[in-house]
Design a binder for this molecule. Structure first.
Ligand SMILES: C[S@@+](CC[C@H](N)C(=O)[O-])C[C@H]1O[C@@H](n2cnc3c(N)ncnc32)[C@H](O)[C@@H]1O
Length: 579
């Protein structure tokens, strides 16, 4: 039980107005003012019976499209905004505000806030705290959309209205009132389903006076006469009485309502991924429906949703792997290859890391911070926390693909710090040689391929793998290496024999290596092979070297490679998974 807040008389008029039209306010409920969340409602005495009706609003006072259209344009048919009912309601709100005490809704309108903490009201410095987040870009888009609406809306107001009174500031006020306190029409009028696109926001005076608490058990009841709210639990004397605005993360709360909740159990990171150009098979695998991007929701409890992993798996798949996945989804048992899994996870890692890096988490003192600064800090740090969890989950998924999850669990007991990630990734790097090769392995002077390495270093005038990357010839060196592996007889035995055989079956066909494609490798052959043959005739002088062989290896590198971010120097590097 809390100490009882000070009752505010500001609400007396609102309550009597609602009651005079058939509304209801539970006698044990009182209103007070709070600095943190505007007006709040609390229990003057215990409300012990769950399901006690708390507040209700008669249908005659609910502000919906019907009332807005008929009051402004005379009837629904004459309203030009049937397809965008929210515009009619926003204009209606402005009209009621202009009418002042003349408005039948004046008891309600006069109590509505006129100052908000939604990011559309932030100044430049406050916006900077949100840089890199989804909201940062969204704010301007929303402002533009509202501004367009305002211009169109005012233009269509009937001539008896003084259009000049509906200022941009007033329209923005109406938009924010609607975003911060409306209910969806599909619930209020019992129409449609959750994803009903025809649903629009309606205002329910009095019932909209409660603050939000996630997961709070409340019931909304709709009858032909009223919309009421009752609690799903007993309420103690002095306790705040909450509504539950639905499953909303901090991003939605901040953008629409102007507040954030620390430890919001329903917080999510919304990750929007633009579609790259894709084959019809991939489009089918992802069941894409023509949108330019896909949206995923990451949460603390589910930082790596399976649909997100599947999206990147399909993006990463080469032709062969795509066909395998298609037949698997049609009932066959094939699963994605290790290469595809690692490449998909690697690409996903990069996408998530990019998003994490774009935002800056501030560790400032919160004691002197304004409400807006506090909200931004909560939002950004929670986003960062979920993204870091996702990174860790991705690395663990890579471990698990490589069959070394046991070690990860023992050595790295959890957490999401950068050290954990760097550690876990360095372990991942140590294990990759068991599965394939990259430049470091190929050019290691003391390693298995030291002879090949020394010819390449001489021929290309480089001393290390990073020189090769800096010269932008990583893929070419790997192409030469794949050819070298084949020519040097690895097919006859050794670790890569089976892999090379399957690569030959897959890519060494006239269908894959058409004339035009092979021709592209002739200049590479002319530029490199004679020079390298002079340096080491046994290795590069064999008649097996040809533009066609290089073209084949080009296909292998292109389709069987995995791009992984190097955690030390932070550059992308190429791995060929050869198992
Ligand atoms: C529907 S109104 C709720 C009643 C509101 N306090 C008022 O003054 O009218 C929604 C607004 O209340 C505030 N609010 C609601 N729940 C809150 C919470 N849990 N913490 C902080 N502010 C909250 C936000 O300003 C939000 O825009």
């Amino acid at each position: 039980m809390m100490s009882e807040p000070t009752a505010s008389r500001d609400f007396d008029e609102l309550v009597s107005w609602a009651e005079s039209h058939g509304g209801y306010c539970c006698p044990a409920l009182a209103f007070s003012k709070s600095e943190k969340s505007g007006s709040t409602a609390y229990a003057k005495g215990a409300i012990p019976d769950a399901n006690t009706r708390l507040l209700s609003c008669p249908v005659s006072l609910i502000i919906d499209y019907d009332k807005a259209a008929t009051q402004i344009w005379g009837d629904r048919q004459s309203c030009p905004f049937a397809g965008s009912p929210q515009i009619a309601i926003r204009l209606f709100l402005c009209m009621q505000r202009i009418l002042g005490r003349q408005s039948p809704w004046s008891a309600y309108i006069s109590l509505l806030p006129t100052q908000f903490d939604t990011p559309l009201y932030y100044d430049h410095e406050e916006m900077e705290m949100l840089r890199g987040t989804n909201i940062f870009g969204e704010v301007e888009l929303r402002r533009q959309a509202w501004m367009e609406e305002w211009k169109r809306g005012v233009m269509y107001l009937p001539s008896q209205f003084d259009k000049s009174l509906v200022s941009w500031d007033m329209y923005m006020w109406a938009c924010t009132v609607l975003s911060s306190r409306s209910f969806p029409s599909r619930i209020v009028f019992n129409t449609g389903s959750d994803d009903d696109e025809d649903s629009y926001p309606v205002l329910i005076p009095l019932v909209d006076s409660l603050n939000h608490k996630p997961l709070e058990p409340i019931n909304w009841t709709v009858t032909p006469d009223e919309f009421s709210i009752s609690s799903g639990k007993d309420i103690g004397a002095g306790d705040e009485i909450f509504n539950n605005y639905g499953p909303k993360g901090n991003e939605e709360l901040l953008m629409g309502y102007g507040f954030c909740l620390e430890n919001n159990p329903l917080d999510v990171v919304t990750l929007k991924v633009r579609h790259p150009l894709m084959s019809m098979e991939k489009v089918e695998l992802l069941s894409l429906k023509g949108n330019a991007e896909s949206t995923f929701h990451l949460s603390e409890s589910e930082p790596l949703p399976s649909d997100l992993v599947q999206f990147f798996r399909v993006i990463a798949a080469n032709e062969q792997e795509t066909l395998q996945m298609l037949s698997a989804s049609a009932g066959a048992t094939a699963t994605a290859t290790l290469r595809c899994e690692l490449d998909g996870l690697g690409k996903l890692y990069n996408a998530v890391e990019l998003k994490l890096r774009a935002i800056s988490v501030r560790e400032d003192e919160t004691a002197n911070a304004s409400a807006r600064q506090r909200n931004s800090m909560i939002y950004v740090s929670q986003q960062a926390k979920i993204l870091s969890r996702a990174l860790l989950a991705i690395v663990r998924a890579m471990y698990s693909e490589l069959g070394i999850q046991q070690e990860a669990a023992e050595d790295c007991p959890g957490g999401s710090s950068t050290q954990d990630l760097a550690y876990i990734r360095s372990r991942f790097y140590q294990h990759l040689p068991e599965y394939g090769f990259n430049l470091e392995l190929v050019l290691n002077p003391g390693g298995r391929f030291s002879e090949f390495a020394s010819v390449i270093k001489q021929g290309f005038d480089v001393t290390s793998a990073s020189d090769v990357r800096a010269a932008d010839i990583e893929d070419q060196v790997l192409v030469l290496f794949v050819c070298h592996l084949l020519i040097s007889g690895a097919t006859a035995g050794g670790d890569y024999a089976n892999w090379l055989r399957s690569m030959q079956q897959r890519y060494n066909t006239d269908e894959v290596l058409d004339e035009e494609f092979v021709e592209d490798f002739e200049s590479m052959y002319d530029a490199y092979i004679p020079v390298l043959a002079e340096l080491h005739s046994d290795m590069f002088g064999s008649a097996q070297w040809s533009a066609r062989l290089l073209a084949w290896a080009g296909k292998v590198v292109d389709h069987e490679g995995v791009v992984v971010q190097n955690c030390e120097d932070d550059r992308p590097e190429y791995w060929i998974i050869a198992v």
